[in-house]
Design a protein around this ligand. Structure first.
Ligand code: ACO
Ligand code: AKG
Length: 376
């Protein structure tokens, strides 16, 4: 059966918490509009308690009437919820500490959670259509604790429970075990909020959906605290290729969306970034290029056009072969013979070894000129 996962984008909340990142109101509105156009189901649009300016831009995004659920983030206190209610979002997410360590850090005991859940969720339900409850640091908590927490959240009227892997220590194996245990004791829909400290955020989000979590939170380019969150573009493509999910996401928007967030955040997209990094569709190896020129899916998981990119790029250097060299010239409207390509390849390899890099087009042209002078 094809499943429909609920994709929550938190670029405007957890994404902006990446150290040093500040989005302008214009950038926030543009990112929200692009997220809606991409087809995410919900946008965690910000944290109202930060400032009046934050509340103003959230209200402006609400006024855009995007076809997506907008959620405000809140701590587990009445003041934050009231500030969130001023913003007019459809939903509020109330974040509780969910581990002993986090409870101690805010000087609270276990029974505080139960009391607050009832007071805060019932208050929030008067003001919001949808109330989600979050467990911060849930992956360093015990299953018993979380089971009780979820039952209390459900009884208090919450509509979803977020398991936050706040310090990014979960693995696909632990996510599967946790999901299975929690679903035994409560029918409250589950969300997984991954962090990438061990490089597993996307894998954990993907595993959570496969394990039966109804929702995941992601951010564009994985922007977020420390090593970031699960990346929307990575999860979108993993789901699209998997075949068991229908996300309704327009993946052809992903490159533009990631570029917009990279520019607005001042965090350039890493060269090797999956899906949208510059080298994600760049090839130098001769064997790969020879095959790609016959079938572009031979050495790529999907066509670049699927994420809004143009054709794959051939890089000419030490690892090139003659097919790539002939194609390099063909793409520029120049026909060269296999024999000439072979002669050029020797020159390209020596120069590439010497320079310790691939060659630019002008350098390749100079070598061709040098080779033709030799034959004149
Ligand atoms: C894992 C996460 O992503 S959590 C989200 C983190 N995001 C942010 O912190 C970004 C925005 N933060 C801010 O603008 C400020 O920190 C504010 C407005 C939230 C609070 O500022 P301040 O009042 O100066 O408090 P400060 O930041 O020093 O300390 C955090 C306070 O929140 C309390 N707190 C922390 N987590 C929670 C929680 N889940 N529920 C209730 N209270 C909490 C702490 O006990 C502490 O309270 P205290 O000031 O009474 O001791
Ligand atoms: O919303 C929550 O409860 C969790 C917040 C968060 O971003 C995290 O714990 O990583």
């Amino acid at each position: 059966m094809i499943r429909k996962p609920w994709i929550i984008d938190t670029t405007l909340r957890d994404g902006e918490q990446a150290p040093g990142v500040v989005f302008s109101p214009h950038e926030k509105k543009r990112i929200a509009a692009m997220l809606a156009e991409t087809g995410v189901d919900e946008i965690e649009v910000g944290y109202p308690a930060i400032s009046a300016a934050e509340r103003k831009v959230i209200r402006e995004i609400v006024a855009m009437k995007l076809p997506v659920r907008l959620t405000s983030w809140s701590r587990a206190n009445m003041a934050d919820i009231e500030l969130a209610a001023e913003c007019g979002t459809d939903a509020v997410h109330i974040s509780f500490p969910a581990s002993r360590l986090y409870l101690e850090l805010i000087h609270k005991k276990d029974d505080w959670i139960q009391e607050q859940l009832h007071a805060l969720v019932s208050k929030a339900r008067e003001r919001f259509d949808f109330v989600s409850v979050g467990g911060q640091d849930a992956t360093r908590s015990s299953t018993d604790f979380l089971q009780r927490f979820m039952l209390d959240a459900e009884a208090a009227g919450a509509k979803r429970f977020r398991i936050a892997d706040t310090v990014g220590i979960a693995t696909p194996v632990s996510v599967m075990a946790l999901g299975a245990a929690l679903r035994q004791s409560s029918s409250l829909p589950l969300e997984f909020h991954a962090h990438n400290d061990l490089g597993m955020a996307t894998a954990n989000a993907f595993t959570a959906l496969n394990e039966g979590f109804e929702a995941v939170s992601v951010s564009v380019t994985g922007l977020g605290e420390r090593a970031g969150n699960a990346a929307l573009e990575e999860l979108a493509m993993a789901l699209a290729l998997n075949g068991d999910f229908d996300t309704h996401l327009d993946t052809s928007m992903l490159s533009r969306l990631c570029d917009a967030v990279a520019t607005a955040s001042g965090r350039a997209i890493q060269e090797q970034k999956p899906v949208v990094g510059r080298s994600a569709f760049q090839h130098e190896s001769g064997i790969h290029c020879a095959a790609l020129l016959q079938d572009p899916l031979s050495y790529q998981p999907f066509l670049p056009s699927r994420v809004g990119r143009s054709d794959f790029e051939i890089v000419i250097g030490k690892h090139s072969g003659t097919a790539a060299i002939i194609a390099h010239f063909n793409r520029r409207g120049i026909t060269i013979s296999k024999k000439e390509a072979r002669e050029l390849l020797d020159l390209i390899r020596s120069q590439s070894d010497r320079l310790k890099r691939a060659l630019r087009t002008d350098e390749i042209d100079a070598l061709r000129e040098q080779n033709s002078v030799k034959h004149a």
